[in-house]
Design a protein around this ligand. Structure first.
Ligand code: 6PG
Length: 252
């Protein structure tokens, strides 16, 4: 199912109807958060052992908030200096705007743990989509492949700020996004290419609002989220509310 060959795996993820991911259905969103938290700790430990650092792309939206709270309260992380944090997308709003993904991550996690600001590489989206995207490319280029990419999924199957029907140049690592259907319309997003350059991929999907997109994804429809692949291992953690009934028995 998985391959260490970068090119093969990347092609597979994009050309298969179903992404080569493990699907795990859990009873509720708390279990999804706990499992994601434990996976992050495990990958952090292994990455630091193997390479001396842990590069993590954080997800925006509300789904990962509980995961970040668990990390903030954790007594199991003693090496924050080895963590290098990135973000999958950012909303083009003033730096202090609470609606920014970076503000949510600061409020719930970063303001509560001893991590140096030099280890936090977020997007200067206040400069607008084009400048914000341009400025982030060098950070992404230096970091690839990421040790772990964490993503959520929107009700229309978008992920990060990659929206259905939006055309982007697939060669880019970071896209300027205009006219996003989820406010605000202007955003900056890592591309499919950048998000797929990861050793581990973790996608969190919770709540009944995600059921219809899950159904399309599982039926093999091409959605932004279904285009994201992995060089190593990928998992989708979903709660029962998000899992279409007919797939409940198929996915263990
Ligand atoms: C954002 C995102 C976006 C988000 C999904 C899921 O800026 O909104 O990064 O891709 O992850 O829309 O959002 P929820 O977790 O709030 O459902």
């Amino acid at each position: 199912m998985y391959s260490n060959n970068t090119d093969t795996q990347f092609e597979t993820a994009q050309t298969q109807g179903l992404s080569p991911l493990d699907w795990q259905v859990m009873d509720n969103d708390e279990q999804v958060a706990q499992s994601a938290y434990e996976t992050i700790l495990d990958i952090a430990q292994r990455s630091i052992e193997q390479r001396g650092l842990f590069s993590l792309v954080l997800a925006g939206g509300t789904t990962p908030e509980r995961v970040y709270a668990l990390l903030a309260d954790s007594d199991k992380v003693s090496d924050w200096d080895k963590w290098q944090l990135y973000i999958g997308d950012e909303r083009c709003l003033p730096p202090e705007n609470p609606e920014r993904n970076s503000q949510m991550v600061h409020r719930i996690l970063l303001d509560k743990v001893p991590i140096d600001s030099q280890n936090v590489h977020f997007i200067s989206a206040e400069k607008g989509p084009v400048e914000g995207a341009r400025g982030y490319v060098k950070y992404v280029k230096e970091a690839l492949p990421f040790d772990l990419v964490l993503l959520g999924m929107g009700e229309d199957g978008h992920t990060a700020s990659l929206f259905p029907g939006h055309e982007h140049n697939d060669a880019e690592l970071v896209h300027a996004v205009f006219d996003a259907p989820k406010p605000p319309p202007q955003r900056v997003s890592l591309s499919v290419r950048a998000l797929s350059s990861n050793r581990r991929l973790l996608i969190l999907v919770t709540g009944a609002g995600k059921r219809s997109a899950m159904k399309q994804w599982l039926a093999g429809k091409s959605l932004p989220v279904s285009r994201i692949g992995t060089l190593g291992k990928g998992q989708v953690l979903l709660d029962r509310a998000a899992c279409p009934d007919e797939y409940d028995v198929v996915i263990k």
